[in-house]
Design a protein around this ligand. Structure first.
Ligand SMILES: CC(=O)SCCNC(=O)CCNC(=O)[C@H](O)C(C)(C)COP(=O)(O)OP(=O)(O)OC[C@H]1O[C@@H](n2cnc3c(N)ncnc32)[C@H](O)[C@@H]1OP(=O)(O)O
Ligand SMILES: CC(=O)C(=O)O
Length: 531
């Protein structure tokens, strides 16, 4: 087995979520969003935060002004302003966008420079020598203004394949003009890991510190970055959650976790790494891009186990089916209950929920019930609360908070502020028969209103329960309107959120079942009666 490289003393982690990450389709970050994300990145322990392109748009200019005026206190990272080399035929000292970089008042500036001969000719409309002069002039001007300068060599790998001598000349020119790090960019993201090493090694001969910036168009951004690390780069660029132009950038959390936990390098503190899951999810909240449940290390499914064989080994030792201890990155192991479960899943899930299911016969019986109900359309892996209720029924725990005597719902065209549907629910709770009418927007809302109104007489706190999401899925699509449907309802009481499931050929019946479970589960957790 090949040994892993040793960490260079001055290895940098450079985050570009606020610049290249923001180039993702559909993503728009306000100044306040950028300030919040920068604070999270600082907590994560990255060395550099590229904040955007001052002068290119008022938002980014305002972000750097806010940061310089004291709204961003970084404890660990340094803020970086991004821009490009001066315009063709101009002077760096006279170029307003170069001046905007200096005006951003950051200690570090990263400029992007062309390094692919075809791009110089066809995109820049310049000669090869003029492009070198643009790099030389811009870097030396920024250095003369007291800035540390990094240079992103755009399309470096493709440029090297087209004209290796010129691509290397761009790196050399940047280094000689005073760039501290020259970053080799796979701008189009077309590289493969096996192609990275030789090109990085060729650039290493120049003797400047090298970095790497990879896009994910071949699905290899992280692998390509690691291949460049193996070949000697000492600066890696990436974005949280892999945000970025097209298919995104190398995921910086995956990179940090790999280098820290697999290479054994110490890039961020152990405590910061344990915040990785929280930070990834917090940044998803700010970008308004839902978290990828299958994201390595920090996705909610990264340590979720569904298959019976996995669970039976995990019962012996969790490490038998996990590549790391999830708590190292602030994540948790989760056991899923489904028709692929064996006794072990049920026992481990029971343990997670606080029930002793060590009796093999009992666990086997519950497994059989789960498999049959999954066959009927239920899905317990997405409805923990309904699974717990099923468990409690099998354990005969006697949850008799209320008994439904009847329910019905009418829906029509009447336009009223209370809604277009009316439901009646009759139930027995704490020895009393309670019948209530609820009005709502749609039959499920009306049923919720009626059930809540009745239950409130016996258990006042059900008023805290709020239905926050409702999803319907048709299970046998060929059947048209008589198909079996599954409904999932998410409910919260402000402290916790739980999910329940219902199934039926009638969408209202399926919804009622999920609703009924939602109230039952809430009551089992906080059964405080009125009076
Ligand atoms: C690989 C990357 O992702 S690098 C980051 C890319 N990010 C962005 O482009 C986002 C922000 N960009 C912008 O707001 C605008 O493109 C600006 C303000 C930078 C420039 O806007 P405009 O002046 O209207 O030019 P436009 O975007 O149409 O074209 C870019 C110009 O820069 C030139 N250019 C391209 N790369 C470079 C470079 N490295 N150095 C100098 N000039 C460059 C192009 O040749 C073109 O020149 P032209 O206007 O004379 O044809
Ligand atoms: C600089 C940059 O974002 C790129 O080359 O992809």
């Amino acid at each position: 087995m090949t040994s892993l490289p040793v960490a260079p003393d001055t290895f940098h982690v450079f985050d570009t979520t606020l610049r290249d990450g923001a180039q993702q389709e559909g993503l728009r970050l306000t100044v306040a969003d950028k300030l919040k994300i920068a604070r999270h990145l600082d907590e994560l322990g990255v060395n550099f935060i590229e904040g955007g392109w001052p002068g290119a748009n008022p938002n980014d200019t305002a972000f750097f002004a806010a940061a310089a005026d004291g709204e961003l206190e970084l404890h660990h990272a340094e803020l970086v302003a991004f821009g490009f080399t001066r315009r063709v035929g101009a002077k760096a000292a006279d170029d307003p966008l170069v001046q905007a970089l200096i005006d951003a008042r950051t200690p570090v500036i990263c400029i992007v420079a062309k390094s692919h001969d075809e791009h110089v000719f066809r995109a820049l409309h310049a000669t090869l020598e003029e492009n070198l002069e643009m790099i030389r002039d811009t870097v030396s001007h920024l250095v003369a203004n007291g800035r540390r300068v990094f240079v992103d060599c755009e399309h470096f790998f493709d440029g090297y394949k087209s004209n290796p001598a010129y691509a290397l000349e761009c790196v050399r020119t940047a280094a000689e003009a005073g760039a501290e790090v020259v970053v080799l960019c796979d701008t189009n993201g077309g590289m493969l890991p096996s192609q990275m090493g030789d090109i990085v090694t060729a650039a290493s001969a120049i003797g400047v510190d090298l970095g790497v910036h990879c896009h994910n168009d071949t699905g290899c951004a992280v692998a390509n970055t690691l291949a460049a690390v193996d070949a000697g780069v000492m600066h890696i660029q990436g974005t949280v959650n892999g945000h970025g132009e097209r298919t995104g950038n190398a995921n910086i959390i995956t990179l940090i976790a790999n280098l820290q936990l697999k290479y054994g390098w110490s890039l961020v503190s152990e405590a910061s790494l344990r915040e990785a899951t929280r930070i990834s999810h917090a940044i998803s909240g700010i970008t308004n891009v839902p978290p990828n449940s299958r994201q390595p290390y920090v996705g909610i499914s990264a340590f979720a186990h569904k298959a019976g064989l996995h669970a039976s080994a995990i019962k012996v030792d969790a490490n038998l089916y996990q590549h790391i201890d999830p708590t190292l990155v602030g994540n948790d192991m989760r056991m899923l209950v489904s028709d692929m479960a064996g006794r072990a899943n049920i026992q481990l899930k029971g343990e997670e929920l606080g029930y002793d299911l060590s009796d093999r016969e009992l666990a086997g019986r519950i497994t059989d019930v789960v498999k049959q109900r999954e066959m009927d359309g239920y899905s317990y892996e997405s409805a923990d609360a309904s699974f717990e209720l099923l468990l409690r029924e099998q354990l005969e725990l006697g949850d008799d908070f209320f008994e439904v005597l009847s329910w019905r719902v009418l829906t029509g065209h009447e336009v009223k502020p209370e809604g277009d549907s009316e439901a009646t629910v009759k139930l027995r709770a704490r020895g009393e028969v309670l019948a209530y009418v609820g009005e709502g927007h749609g039959p499920v809302n009306a049923l919720d209103m009626a059930l809540r109104a009745a239950l409130k007489q016996a258990y006042a706190h059900v008023d805290d329960f709020e239905l926050i999401d409702y999803r319907v899925r048709i299970l046998d699509q060929g059947h048209g309107t008589d198909a079996i449907v599954r409904t999932l309802i998410d409910t919260t009481d402000g402290e916790r959120t739980w999910t329940t499931v219902g199934v039926g050929t009638n969408v209202i019946e399926a919804s009622w079942e999920a609703l009924y479970d939602a109230y039952r589960w809430g009551l089992t957790k906080r059964a405080v009666p009125v009076g």
